[in-house]
Design a protein. Structure first.
Length: 213
């Protein structure tokens, strides 16, 4: 059933509709941002061949902050930019790589012992890696590779040399999550849902209030 309104009433109604529309659009963007946050975490966990997560810090640091005009999805872990964009060739510290390899199940030996031996191997080849402080065993001779610790140290030393030569490859977990969001039309879907909640139809199709001029 239609209702007649005066020009003044129409102006007030249009202002209200415009405000409702804008607020609904912002809520839709915020809903889409929450979906994106989940996609980012999934992308972090699903990266091949080695997901860029070890302790779970990067996934836990993913969050969404609402703003007056939408939302910001961010990953605040200190190493997140290096995982997203990669790095240039550089000399990494040995100890964190040994810990990473141990927690990933790549090596089985004590990472502290592996660090000592890997450092000795690198130094013996004239490829001393950067360490935050002098490492015990840095003057030791590299042992035989049959030793399990030595075998694991060779693996870690190989990772160090690979990063020295090639840097870290970018994982693009954020970029892949955004691509998925766009491919699945999440933003459009969430905004339309919010518009329906406030009783507005899609732009260009009039409004549901039955106003007659």
């Amino acid at each position: 059933m239609a209702k007649r309104v005066t020009p003044g009433e129409l102006a007030d109604r249009l202002r209200t509709m415009s405000r409702d529309y804008q607020e609904a659009a912002v809520r839709g963007l915020q809903s889409a941002a929450m979906v994106l946050e989940g996609y980012v975490v999934e992308a972090i966990m699903d990266t091949k061949p080695e997901p860029p997560h070890n302790t779970g810090e990067m996934a836990r640091s993913t969050g969404t902050n609402f703003t007056p005009n939408g939302a910001i999805v961010s990953v605040d872990a200190p190493h997140a930019p290096f995982m997203e964009y990669g790095t240039r060739p550089h000399r990494p510290p040995v100890a964190p790589l040994a810990d990473w390899a141990y927690q990933k199940g790549i090596i089985d030996s004590d990472p502290v012992q592996v660090t000592k031996v890997a450092y000795a191997m690198l130094k013996a080849k004239g490829e001393a890696a950067v360490e935050p402080r002098p490492q015990p065993g840095e003057n030791e001779e590299p042992p035989e590779a049959e030793d399990p610790v030595a075998r694991d140290a060779m693996i870690v030393a190989g990772v160090v040399r690979g990063i020295e030569k090639n840097g870290l490859a970018p994982r693009h977990f954020m970029a892949r999550a955004v691509d998925r969001l766009e491919r699945e039309g999440v933003i459009d879907r969430e905004i339309r849902a919010e518009l329906r909640e406030v009783g507005l139809r899609e732009p260009g199709r009039g409004n549901s209030r039955g106003t007659e001029l």
